[in-house]
Design a protein around this ligand. Structure first.
Ligand SMILES: Nc1ncnc2c1ncn2[C@@H]1O[C@H](COP(=O)(O)OP(=O)(O)OP(=O)(O)O)[C@@H](O)[C@H]1O
Length: 646
């Protein structure tokens, strides 16, 4: 039994359903240590035969038997492994990967062996030294002479220490000096106990080997042994696996670096979409924050004022509008209610006097601790025996310097009815504690002061409103408001009326979030443009790298690895473009906030870590999705057609 046997190999090509037979029944056997030259007329099927022996073509009749085992039933993956482990290809046009250095061209093959990374590097160095390229390892293929390129190809073919070297016209592109040197190397490989099969038109090459096989009309016409084959050595093939993801990542990175300018433009283009989305989200956060900040600085959104649901007019029955202990306790029992404070408001009938000046007050109420200090423009909230005035009323007492009233005494008059419905005048001298903003503050005294004032004429008051304070986030306000609204009175109508901004703020926030998301989605349309751009670029890349794909398949990488190669490229486009987009957005944030701080004293753009992560994830996912079709088309390419791609 010979090491490699071909049994009745037949192969035809079909064009428009017409059969063109190329090989019509080849029977051959080879042994390790032989240097066989296959010669024959051009178009006679030599390359076709080499592709069958090399496991690149499995669409033939007959059988290839290696070491007693037929290749016929090998799966695509087993054939990949066969090419990686047992076969080393050397091509006429060298077929090196142009964007990889000499060293890395050899490393591509070695990365498919199970050697450690250190051992792979050491072997790459040793092989390149062996073919005389010690000083050229860092060069790119286009910086080498033809003979040097073919040496790199030989070093690469020897990477996994395969038992069979297939050299298709290895000296076809070389001068006589280089031809001799390459032949010497091939001869040495055969001497080392490997099987070297070369296809050639050159008699010089053919005569150099140990055996010449002539092909004519698709058959063997002559099989001549020139000299006995060399001693076969102990088979020493290295165990292999397909190109791992890490290696494809590295190759993708090297390819991007090789086409740096183009890739920078692509990354920049893809970054625009992600940048717009991040900026929109950041601005959304900022604007929402700003609006909330503005509202919160004026009023406490977590405070809700609750009154009985009865129309208030001059002859209203005070008893009907008062908030009873039962009202207060059922409000206090609602989830998230922190406190329920008694309050009392008065509409009309109030006058302030200071010297000769008077001010009629249309509305005043008791002060409670949920009112924000920010609603006071000067001074403080009233304590017992004090009054806070809104600016509007303060100006009636001191037009030019309303703030000068603070600390001064004013006389407070209140017309009301006593228990017997007789009009009485309440009066008390109070100290002005502070001036409230007209828009958000109220003229107010404490509940105790109000109570004492009425008590001076024997009137006992009940609170006519309460302030319900709600715990925690403003989101808790709406549910509490809804619960309050749900209470019914005897007439099955809503028992209470409420005023407060919390529910409104929550609704406003919902609308702002909605608007921001709509804007971000519109900005996201540019992501679609980015995705289409990435698809186009990757298709161009697949077509540019068709030859490289053929080379990698010949070296034994699987379809999956080819797919990964393009996914890796897409991954890097996604990664780099999102990094660029985030950097630009952060930069814009610094500039925008700087300007905003000067204008409105607020950071109007707030990009959160969540936005940044979102940007990264979206960019990478979109890039990988965009790579789906180009990567699949690259993986589907036929290795033989890819190798002959010009
Ligand atoms: N993919 C293909 N489809 C159709 N015909 C093909 C295909 N590949 C090769 N052929 C034909 O098969 C025949 C054998 O081609 P092959 O390349 O094996 O010849 P060869 O002996 O290596 O030729 P040369 O010495 O010129 O390189 C040729 O006539 C060629 O046109």
């Amino acid at each position: 039994m010979s090491y490699l046997e071909l049994h009745n190999i037949k192969k035809s090509y079909y064009l428009a359903n017409q059969e063109f037979p190329v090989l019509t029944g080849i029977d051959l056997s080879f042994n390790q240590g032989e240097f066989v030259s296959i010669v024959g007329e051009s178009g006679g099927g030599k390359t076709t035969l080499m592709n069958i022996i090399g496991g690149l073509d499995s669409n033939y009749a007959g059988d290839v038997v290696l070491n007693g085992k037929s290749l016929r039933h090998d799966t695509a993956k087993q054939l990949d492994a066969y090419r990686r482990q047992t076969i080393g290809f050397i091509f006429q046009n060298f077929d090196l990967i142009s964007h990889l250095t000499v060293f890395n061209n050899v490393m591509v093959s070695l990365q498919m062996t199970k050697l450690s990374h250190k051992q792979q590097e050491a072997r790459a160095r040793q092989l390149l030294e062996q073919v005389g390229l010690k000083d050229h390892m860092k060069k790119y293929p286009n910086q080498l002479s033809g003979g040097q390129k073919q040496r790199v190809a030989i070093a690469r073919a020897l990477a996994s220490d395969p038992e069979i070297i297939i050299a298709d016209e290895p000296t076809g592109a070389l001068d006589s000096q280089n031809t001799q040197e390459i032949l010497a190397l091939l001869d040495q490989i055969a001497k080392d106990g490997k099987l070297v099969i070369t296809v050639t038109h050159s008699e010089t090459v053919a005569n150099h080997g140990t055996r010449i096989v002539r092909l004519a009309d698709g058959k063997i016409s002559e099989d001549t042994t020139l000299k006995p084959g060399y001693e076969k050595a102990q088979a020493n093939e290295l165990a292999t696996h397909t190109l791992r993801f890490g290696a494809t990542l590295k190759m993708a990175l090297e390819n991007m670096r090789y086409n740096l300018k183009r890739n920078l433009l692509i990354v920049f283009g893809a970054a625009i979409g992600i940048f717009s989305v991040i900026v929109m989200l950041g601005l959304g956060n900022g604007v929402q924050g700003y609006i909330n900040h503005e509202i919160y600085s004026q009023v406490n959104p977590n405070a809700v004022q609750v009154t009985q649901n009865v129309p208030i007019n001059s002859d209203v029955d005070m008893d009907k509008i008062s908030m009873k202990a039962s009202d207060r306790s059922r409000l206090a029992a609602i989830k998230n209610v922190q406190s329920v404070d008694d309050g009392y408001f008065v509409q009309g009938g109030t006058q302030l006097r200071m010297g000769k000046k008077t001010a009629s007050i249309s509305f005043m109420q008791t002060h409670n601790p949920t009112m924000l200090a920010k609603s006071i423009s000067k001074g403080q909230a009233p304590k017992n025996g004090e009054i806070m005035l809104t600016k509007e009323y303060a100006q009636k007492l001191n037009k030019k310097h309303p703030n000068a009233l603070i600390g001064k005494k004013v006389t407070f008059y209140q017309n009301t009815l006593n228990d017997k419905k007789r009009p009485v005048m309440l009066s008390k001298t109070l100290t002005v504690s502070g001036i409230a903003k007209a828009s958000t503050g109220a003229t107010s005294i404490t509940y105790d002061t109000m109570k004492a004032l009425y008590k001076s004429k024997g009137i006992k008051i009940q609170p006519n409103f309460v302030t319900v304070e709600i715990k925690g986030d403003v989101k808790n306000v709406k549910p509490v408001e809804n619960k309050i609204k749900a209470f019914k009175n005897d007439k099955k109508k809503a028992a209470y009326q409420i005023t407060g901004v919390g529910g409104f703020v929550d609704t406003l926030n919902t609308y702002i979030t909605l608007a921001v998301n709509v804007l971000a989605t519109i900005a996201g349309i540019s992501l679609l443009v980015s995705a289409i751009m990435i698809i186009v670029v990757l298709y161009i890349s697949v077509s540019e790298r068709t030859k490289e794909i053929g080379i990698l398949r010949a070296l034994g990488s699987s379809k999956g690895s080819i797919r990964n190669l393009f996914f890796s490229e897409a991954f890097f486009i996604g990664l780099f473009s999102s990094a660029l987009a985030i950097a630009l957005a952060e930069l814009l944030q610094v500039v925008a906030n700087n300007i905003a701080q000067r204008g409105i004293n607020y950071s109007i753009m707030q990009i959160t870590p969540g936005n940044v992560i979102f940007g990264f994830v979206v960019a990478i996912v979109i890039s990988l999705l965009a790579a789906l079709a180009p990567a699949a088309s690259a993986a589907r390419l036929d290795p033989i057609e890819s190798l002959s791609y010009e």
